[in-house]
Design a protein. Structure first.
Length: 219
């Protein structure tokens, strides 16, 4: 269902813009609140007449929007967030966070005019948002979600702990191997005596077998 926005509406667009929405959303929410009007041929004609009378004003608004959008060229924005296991965030990052970062960087834009993937971001990484300064001026802006200082320190501490544990395990294994080798040391007197006794036992068995197998002489 096509409707005409009678004012800026977050997630939809700017005043005077024609957008497509679900009929139920329009009838139950947008129209009762006076946010839109149905884009009938009559209403569209009236819209075009309004835009014609506002031609000079619209040209000025578009020029100002383009000037703002140019500030995004080459701008690097990294949003810091608290990180849990792996690259998963504690909480999420939304269009309000990006809007605040852009305003801080000198780009005046409202959060309602920013669309990010899935509306919220829950993992570290690089993303791209659509930033609108006017219904005719839209820019794709790339930004990155990075771990904050506390998360970086926690990860470093965890890595250090794992390295220490691995070192201790290696030392234990080395010690165990050394003790095992000493237990089976062939130079050990006890082992040497056992070996000698076993050899003598084997020689006795061989002699007994040889005696039993020797041919008997007739008397």
């Amino acid at each position: 269902m096509n409707v005409i926005l009678r004012q800026d509406v977050e997630g939809l667009g700017f005043e005077f813009e024609v957008v497509s929405v679900k009929p139920g959303y329009a009838r139950n929410f947008l129209i009762p609140r006076g946010l839109v009007s149905v884009a009938t041929p009559k209403n569209v004609k009236e819209l075009n007449e309004v835009l014609e009378t506002r031609k000079a004003e619209e040209a000025s608004l578009i020029a100002a929007a383009k000037t703002k959008s140019e500030k995004l060229d080459g701008l690097v924005v990294k949003l810091e967030a608290k990180v849990g296991a792996g690259d998963k965030l504690f909480g999420s990052v939304n269009n309000g966070d990006l809007a605040a970062a852009l305003v801080k960087a000198g780009v005046d834009v409202e959060k309602k005019n920013i669309k990010i993937p899935g509306n919220t971001i829950k993992r570290l990484g690089k993303y791209e948002a659509k930033v609108r300064f006017h219904r005719e001026v839209e820019v794709d802006f790339g930004f990155e979600i990075v771990p904050d200082a506390a998360s970086i320190k926690a990860a470093e501490d965890a890595a250090k702990t794992r390295a220490e544990i691995a070192k201790m395990d290696a030392e234990k294994a080395k010690k165990a191997n050394t003790e095992e080798g000493s237990f089976f040391n062939f130079d050990n007197p006890i082992y040497a005596n056992d070996k000698k006794a076993k050899k003598e036992e084997e020689e006795i068995i061989v002699e007994e077998v040889a005696t039993e197998e020797a041919p008997k002489t007739e008397e």
